[in-house]
Design a binder for this molecule. Structure first.
Ligand code: FES
Length: 253
């Protein structure tokens, strides 16, 4: 993330000599983030309409219930995906540009004085916790897969396949593509090696690293797709709980 520190902003009274619509991308990103944050905050504090029979919203999974906890159970879990995304390399670039304008785009002057000190000092030093959030995010992802499989089993017994279950599985797949394209995970698979042939598990490590690299190349795409899918899955389950949408079961026995 040294780009903002090393890039030489163009010294110009109007911030830049660029003639293209450089402001469009940071504007769209800020709009998308803000919309998601408002929706997620509303859902966390709504503290209801998150469980319908075998369907559980990803915002409330795993569903903790403690006698000593009197607030929304979503607060107990959402700090993990929130911390994972907030410290993600892609999201850092996106919100440094869109919210803090440091700088808002390549070859565009910084907004305000250059106080960027890298991620070695408080508070940005906490961005280095990303790898630990990755481990926790994998645990949450496994639980979401469990929820998706559980959605196939109605409380009365048997098996049922619905559009809502398919949405829950699609959400898990999109989240997997985002999570396992993580830069920290890529380093975990292929890092600390001068060459793969020196490693005792060279072939398998190289194969995993190759797969992670493919996902990593589209990390921005998977970041947005999974952000959208997790909100949509929650919204669908909320509407089913409210009685305004149907899970649309199309196979049952
Ligand atoms: S770098 Fe984006 S999830 Fe790790």
């Amino acid at each position: 993330m040294s780009e903002a520190k090393t890039a030489k902003p163009v010294s110009h009274p109007e911030m830049t000599t660029r003639k293209d619509n450089w402001w469009l991308e940071p504007l769209l990103i800020a709009t998308g983030f803000t919309a998601f944050i408002i929706y997620a905050t509303y859902r966390v504090f709504e503290n209801g309409l998150y469980e319908y029979n075998q369907y559980l919203s990803p915002f409330y999974s795993p569903h903790f219930e403690f006698e000593w906890w009197h607030f929304s159970p979503a607060i107990l879990i959402l700090w993990i995906p929130a911390g994972f995304r907030a410290t993600c390399y892609y999201y850092r670039k996106a919100y440094y540009r869109s919210y803090f304008l440091t700088p808002p785009a390549c070859a565009v002057d910084m907004h305000g004085p250059d106080k960027y000190t890298g991620e070695t000092k408080f508070p940005l030093v906490f961005q280095n916790m990303h790898r630990y959030f990755f481990y926790l995010a994998v645990v949450v992802l496994v639980i979401l897969y469990y929820d998706a499989f559980k959605s196939l089993m109605p409380p009365a017994g048997g098996f049922s396949l619905s559009v809502l279950s398919l949405v829950m599985f699609a959400n898990c797949i999109l989240l997997s593509n985002y999570t396992f394209g993580c830069h920290a995970y890529r380093h975990l698979c292929g890092g600390c090696l001068n060459s793969f042939s020196d490693s005792p598990r060279a072939k398998s490590r190289f194969q995993i690293w190759n797969l992670v690299t493919k996902l990593n190349l589209k990390h921005q795409f998977w970041a947005w797709m999974s952000l959208f899918s997790v909100a949509f899955t929650d919204f669908y389950i909320r509407q089913v709980c409210a009685g305004s949408m149907d899970p649309f079961v199309f196979l049952q026995f």
